[in-house]
Design a protein. Structure first.
Length: 485
């Protein structure tokens, strides 16, 4: 355990101020895309292989290489599908649509200099993607062209609300052929640098069936053969593929393809993986993806995750029986009336030996999944120093590590990476097979502190002290931990 990390655990009464109001006003690079229980954010590495997987791979191209359809520059324009982030004050402009019956009318908050896929002179798909970070909405256009009066014209357009799980109306297109949002499926440089892509990606295939699968809403083909994959079909990189010889950035992409997979979202070249352009990409490293071929992938049957065909909400995936677990040990600091949970062997040893004075065990422990096998990993974040002595508040953030780090870059720093492995509860707080709920409570003080427990009695006692339940469902379920064997 590094001394810098231990410094944040020193038991003091002067603690950093990090209230929920302050967090809500943090400057965001990009908001989390849809709730944690959205199908885009749901791991599929434990789901069964689709019965038609071999046929789908064959028609797309078993020997065709995976191709990064993004990077730095191509044909003198940024390579990939760009997006722009705007505030809620960005002026809205009118947009006319060729496919108006399946487009959201707007107006859309398009800056005059909004980046266009392929560049301003492009004759390709010309996607324009705008994120309103304050309204938590995504605006996407296909075949978008600016008019001289400040308005725009486009083939189609769609508006998505990040705060919910709503899908497009059935049979409607979007700016994508499958009727899905584009931005959630892009490989983005910021996530790779953060060390994790916590969502599914997007790719294209040359021939698709005249059908679509949930959560897709639209088909774009006249082919009826069952060997052709439908729009929305999800694929993943096979678990047994060795990725250790790839570059560090490519390994992060490949881990996401194993865990979250990729949606077939449009007609195009075989196995073309979509991403956002960025001058910081290494094109040479990205081209290592071409060492993989269609035969390295398999189609996934994710039908068991569907809660409602008209919602993107997904059921919590089941955890494999016998998955590795570690103990989460709770400590208490009486001087500051604070709780801390740790799964790090080095940290537990340091706390037990008095290297961080004032912390004592409460006697409460519960099991969590090892971060390497869990459906999701959570990091413990500390507020940045706000006092002269550099004291910080430690709290577990139950969210994908990279997403939390990106959402609050100016307020929180990682104190313990991948400290907790957890499975996501369903929206009603229920847990999947083989798991039990872990409740989270918050003390509502300016120097925010959380406590985690499997005990309903402890939960109720903390609420009686004025703490607030946080999490899903009426009881405030933060995560699902492995049930006792």
């Amino acid at each position: 355990m590094k001394s810098a990390a231990l410094a944040s655990l020193v038991c003091v009464t002067a603690l950093a101020v990090a209230s929920s109001a302050v967090l809500a006003s943090a400057t965001l690079s990009i908001p989390p895309l849809f709730p944690a229980n959205n199908i885009w954010n749901t791991p599929i590495d434990g789901l069964p292989v689709d019965l038609r997987s071999d046929a789908y791979v064959t028609t797309i191209g078993a020997t065709r290489s995976l191709h990064p359809d993004f990077g730095t520059v191509y044909n003198s324009a940024p390579n990939g599908i760009p997006y722009v982030i705007v505030s809620g004050t960005q002026p809205r402009v009118a947009v006319s649509f060729a496919y108006s019956s399946e487009s959201d009318p707007g107006p859309y908050p398009i800056p005059a200099d909004a980046p266009v896929e392929g560049g301003a002179q492009s004759s390709g798909d010309r996607h324009v993607l705008i994120v309103d970070r304050d309204a938590r909405k995504l605006y996407e256009l296909f075949a978008a062209y600016p008019n001289g009066d400040g308005s725009w014209r486009a083939g189609s357009g769609a508006i998505f609300d990040f705060s919910g799980n709503a899908l497009r109306p059935a049979t409607w297109t979007s700016a994508d052929a499958a009727g899905l949002p584009i931005l959630p499926g892009l490989v983005r440089y910021e996530e790779v640098v953060a060390g994790e892509i916590p969502h599914a990606l997007r790719f294209t295939a040359p021939q698709t069936r005249n059908a679509y699968l949930w959560p897709a809403r639209h088909q774009a083909s006249s082919l009826a053969g069952l060997d052709y994959p439908p729009m929305g079909q999800r694929f993943r990189l096979k678990a047994g593929i060795d990725i250790t010889h790839f570059g560090a950035s490519v390994q992060i992409i490949l881990r996401a393809l194993k865990k979250y997979g990729m949606f077939l979202a449009d007609n195009g070249s075989s196995w073309y993986l979509s991403g956002a352009p960025d001058p910081r990409w290494s094109d040479d490293e990205l081209h290592q993806l071409g060492q993989l071929h269609g035969s390295d992938f398999e189609a996934v049957d994710q039908s068991a995750l569907m809660v409602d065909p008209n919602s993107g909400q997904a059921r919590a995936p089941a955890v494999a029986p016998g998955a590795a677990t570690v103990a989460a040990v709770e400590y208490y600091c009486a001087a500051a009336d604070r709780y801390l949970t740790s799964t790090s062997a080095d940290e537990i040893t340091a706390l037990d030996s008095g290297h961080a004075p004032g912390w004592t065990r409460t006697g409460q422990t519960f099991a969590v999944f090892a971060a390497t096998v869990a459906p999701a990993a959570s990091c413990r974040f500390c507020a940045l120093p706000r006092t002269a002595d550099g004291a910080r508040t430690a709290a577990v953030v139950v969210a994908p590590c990279a997403a939390a780090a990106m959402r609050f870059p100016n307020l929180w720093v990682v104190d313990a990476a991948a400290l907790v492995g957890q499975a996501q509860p369903n929206a009603d707080g229920s847990c999947g097979a083989g798991t039990v709920p872990v409740f989270r409570m918050a003390d509502n003080r300016p120097d925010l502190n959380n406590r985690y427990t499997e005990s309903l009695a402890i939960r109720d006692a903390m609420l009686a002290r004025g703490w607030t339940a946080q999490g899903r469902g009426a009881l405030g379920v933060a995560m699902c931990a492995p049930a006792a064997q």
